[in-house]
Design a protein around this ligand. Structure first.
Ligand code: AMP
Length: 399
């Protein structure tokens, strides 16, 4: 693996990296940074937790020149991700101070307008609020030299495609564009073809595989005992920090209420009906250990950098197997060990098979010792013989 110096990064950025304690580049950084420093457009596919933010942030900071106009725009799907990228950009620009402004919905306009009047160099934004500001004439993107579209598949899932296109249209064509998406379905490929010029593709590892340090298990149970089992699992599992994913906000709220009764747990919740200030508090509290469990809908599943999550529990098997990989991407990050448990009920067998096919790995069925199970055929040994494994998808050429 090359060193950060070998990648061509300059003094102030190297000094900032030294402060972070990173000793060597991650694979995506080693691949993307030299190309980005040459001014190439990048299209990247990478698992969460691979150091993507530094992969795009470091070369941009290196290339930025003093200016009084917005030079860099980073679009993120969620407020939490945008805030996380803002923090990282401030860390990376420690010795080359930049005015980084965060724009997202759910908070008032006053502070954002004031911040925009302070001549930002870098804007980190979610698409909706950015467009509001553009429409009100609060900022101008005509001098943007660096555009980053992060978690593009997520932005599209959230219906941001028209907004994203309108924003890109306001950026000059001579910009450098970096585009990151965990998956590349047709609509995203079309957007990439339109937004990027002769991009270099970087892809790290198998796009489908979750972190190798995670151990997986399904916990089969009758539907009537799903809540009881999850409570027992939480009680019996020695965890330091746990994320529990539910399908709906209602499930998250009712599970939170149940967990509050367990001794030793300090749970909180994160979903889109919770007001922004409370979402920030929940996330901050989970990061600093005030809370040791966060119950979340998918809004929190992607890209959030929360270190030290020891356990991820899926309250239900995700309907979309990609979501499984993203959710369990919260644990086993940065080479730490992690456990991912998924409660499995009879109506979810098809989804369970899809997950196993998607990650090309059979997931162990486990019973929780000492739990008083009602009978379900699911508890028989190997009740779901796997269909013959599909041949693996052709690998994209690694650079
Ligand atoms: P990201 O994929 O950008 O969300 O980064 C995931 C985590 O990896 C963050 O906590 C980063 O601070 C950390 N990270 C990024 N690059 C490196 C590196 N080269 N060495 C160690 N940790 C890193």
């Amino acid at each position: 693996m090359p060193s950060f110096e070998d990648l061509g990064l300059s003094g102030p950025v190297l000094r900032a990296i030294a402060r972070t304690g990173y000793t060597e580049p991650t694979p995506i950084q080693a691949q993307a940074i030299p190309e980005a420093l040459q001014g190439r457009d990048i299209v990247g596919a990478s698992q969460t937790g691979t150091g993507k933010t530094a992969a795009f942030g470091l070369p941009i900071i290196c290339q930025m020149q003093p200016s009084t106009r917005v030079q860099c725009l980073v679009l993120e799907p969620t407020r939490e991700l945008a805030a996380q990228v803002e923090d990282q950009m401030n860390v990376f620009s420690y010795y080359k101070p930049l005015n980084v402004v965060l724009l997202h919905g759910g908070v008032g306009y006053g502070h954002q307008i004031e911040a925009l009047e302070g001549k930002p160099d870098v804007i980190i934004a979610t698409p909706g609020r950015l467009l509001d500001h553009l429409e009100k004439g609060n900022l101008d993107l005509s001098e943007v030299k660096f555009l980053v579209l992060d978690e593009v598949d997520r932005m599209l899932d959230m219906g941001f495609l028209p907004d994203v296109k309108r924003i890109i249209d306001q950026c000059p064509s001579g910009r450098q564009t970096q585009f990151f998406s965990a998956t590349m379905p047709g609509a995203i490929q079309t957007l990439a073809n339109w937004a990027l010029k002769d991009p270099i593709a970087v892809e790290i590892g198998e796009r489908r595989s979750p972190a190798e340090t995670v151990s997986h298990a399904f916990y089969p149970v009758g539907m009537d005992q799903r809540d009881e089992l999850i409570v027992a699992l939480v009680e019996k599992t020695g965890f330091e920090s746990m994320m529990i994913f539910t399908r709906t906000k209602k499930e998250a709220d009712s599970l939170l209420a149940r967990l509050q009764d367990i001794e030793g747990t300090r749970p909180t919740a994160l979903h889109s009906d919770i007001k922004q200030s409370d979402r920030t508090k929940a996330l901050q509290g989970f990061r600093d250990g005030t809370f040791n469990i966060i119950v979340a809908t998918d809004i929190a599943a992607r890209g959030l950098d929360i270190s030290g999550v020891t356990h991820v529990i899926n309250y239900r098997v995700p309907e979309n197997p990609e979501d499984y990989v993203h959710r369990i991407g919260r644990t086993g990050r940065a080479q730490q060990e992690g456990d991912a448990f998924t409660i499995l009920t009879a109506d979810e067998l098809e989804n369970a098979r899809s997950v196993e096919h998607f990650i090309e790995q059979k997931i162990e069925r486990r019973k929780l010792e000492g739990f008083d199970y009602n009978y379900t055929a699911l508890l028989e040994d190997n009740p779901t013989p796997l269909r013959k494994k599909r041949p693996p998808a052709p690998k994209r050429r690694k650079r």
